[in-house]
Design a protein around this ligand. Structure first.
Ligand SMILES: [Zn+2]
Length: 277
């Protein structure tokens, strides 16, 4: 049975707290959890607001989105990646700050931007994540040639690079900011019939309808999960009521899909409760 893995990349000090407050409200309405991957610097700057918004509610899982959102490896779209020394700061400092503010040390880092095939072939970098206590990373967020949307890549471990315990949990579909404001290379022909479009979305309904076929496809194919990239700043800037997420969660629930956090997805994978590959 397909599950919907809910996550948000919280990265903008001005708009993300307001967006997160609305998203928290919507998730509470549907009684479904979510992971918020938070940029350490934003947590530093908005600690009081974010603590108040998440309020130790067990529905919300706080993980890391690096310290300041640089490219964690070299890629065609993001250019040169940070040095190994800087990577320790990006992963380690963010984890320290989140532990300090929220009282729980994160076990996951989602990279800024993301990469085709995640951190595959980068054992020196993978070692940094493991040494900083990461159990899973979410970096495989793009399609071939680092295009968006990202295909239905299923989770895998980095065993081939020497880290069999470290999991990669990819995301699927559009990054919602790209869908709303464009300006990013996409694949032609599209990977799936529903993955190509010429225009950005203009209404909440259109935004939801662009995400819906990704959920439907996962269900039709019997995939273990689907997880789409959303940003609190982006859904909030597009619509201060974050209506896209209201429609999406309502739809997911109407299909009878379970909604889980990325961390719960990791737990089930590591425990062998969800099988992939
Ligand atoms: Zn980001």
């Amino acid at each position: 049975m397909t599950v919907y893995a809910a996550s948000y990349d919280l990265e903008n000090a001005d708009l993300c707290p307001a967006g997160a407050a609305k998203l928290v409200e919507i998730h509470r309405k549907y009684e479904v959890p979510a992971t918020f991957f938070c940029v350490g610097q934003v947590v530093e700057q908005r600690a009081d607001d974010l603590k108040r918004i998440f309020d130790d509610d067990p529905l919300f899982d706080i993980q890391s989105h690096t310290y300041s959102h640089p490219a964690l490896r070299t890629s065609p779209i993001q250019g040169p990646g940070v040095s190994i020394e800087e990577l320790y700061i990006q992963v380690g400092r963010a984890a320290d700050i989140i532990a300090d503010v929220f009282g729980h040390r994160p076990i996951a880092t989602r990279s800024g931007g993301g990469f085709y095939r995640g951190m595959q072939g980068e054992p020196d970098r993978l070692k940094v994540f493991v040494e900083c206590g990461m159990k899973y990373i979410s970096t495989d967020l793009r399609g071939p040639f680092d295009t968006i949307p990202s295909p239905f890549t299923m989770p895998y471990t980095y065993a081939a690079d020497g880290f069999p315990e470290l999991w990669e949990l990819p995301t699927h579909g559009w990054h919602d900011n790209v869908l709303k404001w464009g300006g990013h290379p996409t694949m032609f022909p599209p990977i799936y019939p529903f993955a190509g479009r010429l225009d950005v979305v203009k209404t909440v309904q259109e935004d939801f309808e662009a995400a819906k076929p990704w959920v439907d496809y996962a269900v039709e194919q019997g995939l273990p999960y689907v997880g789409i990239v959303y940003h609190p700043w982006s859904v909030y800037k597009f619509d201060p009521d974050c209506g896209t997420i209201d429609l999406l969660l309502g739809y997911v629930k109407s299909l009878g899909l379970e909604v889980i956090t990325y961390t719960e997805l990791y737990r089930r994978l590591a425990a062998g409760e969800i099988k992939v590959g």
